[in-house]
Ligand binder design. Structure first.
Ligand SMILES: Nc1ncnc2c1ncn2[C@@H]1O[C@H](COP(=O)(O)OP(=O)(O)OP(=O)(O)O)[C@@H](O)[C@H]1O
Length: 810
């Protein structure tokens, strides 16, 4: 088969983008051919047809974004090939070129992005024994770098930022692919070429040296990311904020198990984020989410947030007025980004104008409260705002060039052109009227024909009144036709008016974008400021609504919670029962036993959530809360299968515990629920026992261990710092009433069979279970044996009880 020049052009371009789907612009369509056509038609449910014998699937150009969204969501990389000249005027084959490679992690268009989530593209590099991670959200400019000692921590970090695309060492590709359900690509040599790395990064921030960024060993990962972005987005100037260095000392690094078990972000509608999210802007909501996923460790930083939250809590008028203003604030981070990448739309400039209009009001309002004096430094860009107000229609069309974007009165030439295009009839009628009066020819008529263009027609009877500047064009039986200079100019203008109008409006729009671009750093400063204020006011609003208290921080390890509640569960539970808890460095370990359904898991998570809320600067659900600042919070709940990773339930559980044991310190909060349940009872208890002893005596962290193994309560007899708590239940006749109250002591029964009955297990089975329980319960010697374990150990060290601070058992 002989290929047409267009097909040859296609194949030549495709050969450069083998790893992407190539969407090739042909008139009003983007078309995919060969293999790409099969992929696209299957993924997008499009009809597969043929063009010049090649399989083809196409999408209309105006609907590109909606199709792109689906392709990218499915993890494809798409190269967009545009026509670089107008097919109507092109000589020969239209020039075509790939102008952008769209990947899940390089999106900037609003329609392709989730408004309340960041969209991070991450690079992971292995260097000797360390892993370096750099991540960028090009839609907001947010960037991060971090360094980890093990791959598990990298997974946790990528999970916590919800990376939508990963670039990694080729050796790590299959590992990442098995863990993450996102596009994973291997880095190439040119991404990592050491030559010119610093210069490449310096260019992004328009600086000569990058020492101040403190990228150090993370430079390579960040530079690789910059190079990848330049290549895919095909722009020289990236809009990135200086990378935030994620250091263990500054943030509480949360592992993915903890994020999941504390329901920090999911499930939707029942997460901590949902409980705290009363933000009014997408910027604020993204920031709040990142705060929840990266709690702080620096007391000063936390206090500074808490002071502002408190100021809002106490100033209800300020809060409600501010919320009204914030309502009109648009997503400036993403608008700034689109301005940088030349993708801003009229809608974006209007959104910028609306936000800048409300900015001074927000500033003035905040300045009424001493807690927000820094608002004074905010530059509200009034000049730019005025310019946009003058230049843009109230509700401009999103199509530039039809004269419906720029406001009348902004540019004389534009107005004339628009007038010509839209008001030519009117102009001609006015002109005709004017000439009739001037010449005193009542039946003078302005007309048009395709041969002579516009003309003035005068009947023979009035020819004597024709002024000298009329130029004769045509003679008819009863009349003569003339033109004038003015009419000729009008005609000239009319012929090109549409084209000129399109050009002029584009020019004016581009110049507005340019003016905004010149102020982009200030736009970002406003965006950062408003995002921060919005996230803080959201915390205050939630605090008022849910009657939270400001937490205090202790420096001696003391933790006191009075009448504390679970922030999510209390929303869905009638009469939620508040609970107290006191821990200290001396009494730091709780074995929590209690029947099924009594509320053990709820209480354990509650403590974790309150600690986390305090460290993001939020008020907490309690009447009083004093907490130490934790360096890590670990939550390990129940057993779960890791089918994808191919690990058994018990192996997964032990893996997660091992991680906690390696990473926890004396300043950590470890919350365990049902650990050891994935194996036989004896193995499970023994493991749980040994883990508890290790955590308490070696690591000395704060720990609550909820368990059905009442046998573990024996540990409290062995160690000073371990206390037993249980959750109260009342029996009324054959009924069990769950009081959900945490008290000192040990659960006497598990009520598992009662719960089974409530859950609808047939009475016959329930009855049989009771009979079996009677028999096995009387035969259990386990507790007696565990007593032997503890007495033996006590005998060994010659004490009545062990104080882990004085004795080393290991
Ligand atoms: N403090 C509380 N006040 C009111 N209701 C509560 C409280 N705590 C828990 N509940 C209710 O009890 C139910 C069971 O709680 P949870 O799952 O925490 O119990 P559990 O002891 O961990 O159960 P299991 O041992 O079966 O896992 C929850 O769904 C909730 O509705």
């Amino acid at each position: 088969m002989k290929l047409t020049p267009m097909m040859q052009q296609y194949l030549q371009i495709k050969s450069q983008y083998k790893d992407a789907i190539l969407l090739f612009r042909l008139g009003d369509f983007y078309e995919a051919f060969f293999e790409d056509a099969y992929t696209v038609s299957k993924a997008l449910d499009l009809v597969l047809t043929q063009r010049q014998g090649a399989p083809m699937a196409g999408v209309p150009y105006h609907a590109l974004n909606s199709y792109l969204k689906r392709l990218v969501q499915l993890g494809y990389k798409v190269a967009i090939c545009e026509q670089m000249e107008d097919p109507a005027t092109a000589k020969g084959l239209v020039k075509r070129q790939v102008t952008r490679i769209v990947t899940p992690g390089t999106l900037v268009e609003d329609e392709l992005l989730e408004s309340d989530s960041n969209n991070y593209l991450a690079v992971v590099l292995k260097d000797q024994e360390k892993y370096h991670v750099a991540a960028v959200d090009v839609s907001t400019g947010d960037s991060l770098v971090a360094c980890f000692n093990d791959l598990e921590s990298v997974f946790d970090f990528l999970n916590s930022i919800k990376a939508t695309q990963i670039l990694c060492d080729p050796s790590l590709k299959s590992t990442f692919q098995s863990v993450f359900n996102v596009l994973v690509e291997p880095l190439q040599d040119w991404h990592l070429n050491p030559h010119g790395m610093e210069q490449d990064v310096a260019k992004v921030f328009n600086v000569v040296t990058i020492d101040h960024l403190e990228l150090k060993e993370n430079l390579k990962a960040f530079a690789a990311l910059v190079r990848y972005l330049r290549y895919t987005m095909m722009v020289e100037n990236l809009m990135l904020k200086p990378p935030k260095i994620i250091r263990d000392e500054r943030f509480v690094i949360l592992d993915s198990t903890t994020v999941e078990h504390l329901n920090l972000i999911e499930p939707k509608g029942k997460s901590l984020f949902d409980v705290l999210n009363y933000t009014k802007t997408s910027m604020g909501s993204r920031l709040l989410k990142s705060w929840i996923l990266q709690p702080l460790r620096d007391q000063k930083e936390i206090t500074s947030r808490l002071d502002k939250v408190q100021a809002f809590v106490e100033d209800q008028i300020l809060l409600s007025e501010l919320r009204e203003y914030l309502h009109t604030v648009k997503d400036l981070h993403r608008i700034a980004s689109r301005l940088r990448y030349g993708k801003a739309t009229p809608k974006d400039l209007v959104a910028l104008r609306t936000t800048l209009e409300v900015c001074p009001q927000i500033q003035q309002l905040l300045l009424t409260n001493d807690a927000f004096l820094e608002a004074e430094n905010l530059d509200c860009l009034t000049d730019l705002c005025e310019e946009l107000a003058k230049a843009l229609e109230d509700e401009p069309s999103n199509v530039i060039g039809e004269g419906k974007v720029i406001r009348q009165g902004y540019d004389k030439e534009f107005d004339e052109l628009k007038d010509l295009v839209y008001n030519s009839e009117k102009f001609l009628a006015e002109y005709e009227q004017r000439e009739r009066v001037l010449t005193n020819i009542p039946n003078l008529r302005v007309g048009y024909n395709s041969v002579f263009g516009y003309y003035i027609e005068v009947t023979k009877s009035h020819l004597s009144k024709v002024p000298p500047h009329y130029i004769r064009r045509q003679t008819l039986v009863n009349a003569e036709r003339f033109v004038t200079e003015e009419l000729k100019q009008f005609e000239e203008k009319m012929l090109h008016a549409k084209e000129l109008l399109e050009k002029k409006e584009k020019e004016l729009f581009d110049s507005l974008c340019q003016k905004a671009l010149e102020k982009v750093d200030k736009i970002i400063a406003i965006a950062d400021f408003i995002a921060n204020i919005d996230a803080l006011q959201s915390l205050a609003y939630a605090a008022n609504l849910n009657k939270y208290t400001r937490p205090k921080f202790s420096n001696d390890g003391k933790l006191v919670l009075v009448k504390s509640r679970h922030p999510i569960a209390e929303k869905f539970t009638e009469n939620f029962v508040p609970n107290d808890l006191t821990l200290s460095n001396q009494e730091s370990f709780v074995i929590l036993t209690g029947p099924n359904m009594s509320g053990k898991s709820t209480f354990v998570r509650q403590v974790g959530l309150i600690a986390l809320m305090a460290q993001i600067g939020s008020f907490v659900p309690a009447e009083e809360a004093v907490l130490p600042i934790f360096d890590r919070i670990f939550v390990k709940m129940g057993v779960r299968d890791d089918i994808i990773g191919g690990k058994s339930t018990f192996l997964t559980e032990m893996n997660e515990i091992a991680k906690i044991i390696y990473q926890a310190t004396k300043d950590s909060l470890v919350l365990l629920d049902e650990v050891g349940r994935g194996t036989s009872t004896f193995d499970g208890i023994s493991i749980a026992w040994a883990i508890s002893e290790y955590l308490h005596t070696k690591i000395k962290c704060k720990c609550i261990f909820a368990t059905h193994f009442t046998e573990l309560t024996e540990l409290a007899n062995l160690y000073d710092g371990i206390v037993n708590k249980t959750i109260q239940v009342m029996e009324q006749g054959s009924q069990v009433i769950f009081l959900h109250k945490v008290v000192d002591g040990v659960a006497d029964k598990s009520y598992g069979i009662d719960v089974a009955a409530i859950a609808g297990i047939p009475a016959e089975i329930v009855q049989r279970a009771r009979e079996v329980l009677d028999v096995i319960a009387s035969k259990s010697e386990l507790e007696d044996r565990l007593k032997v374990v503890s007495t033996e150990r006590l005998r060994k060290i010659g004490r009545k009880k062990v104080n882990p601070n004085q004795t080393t058992l290991w």
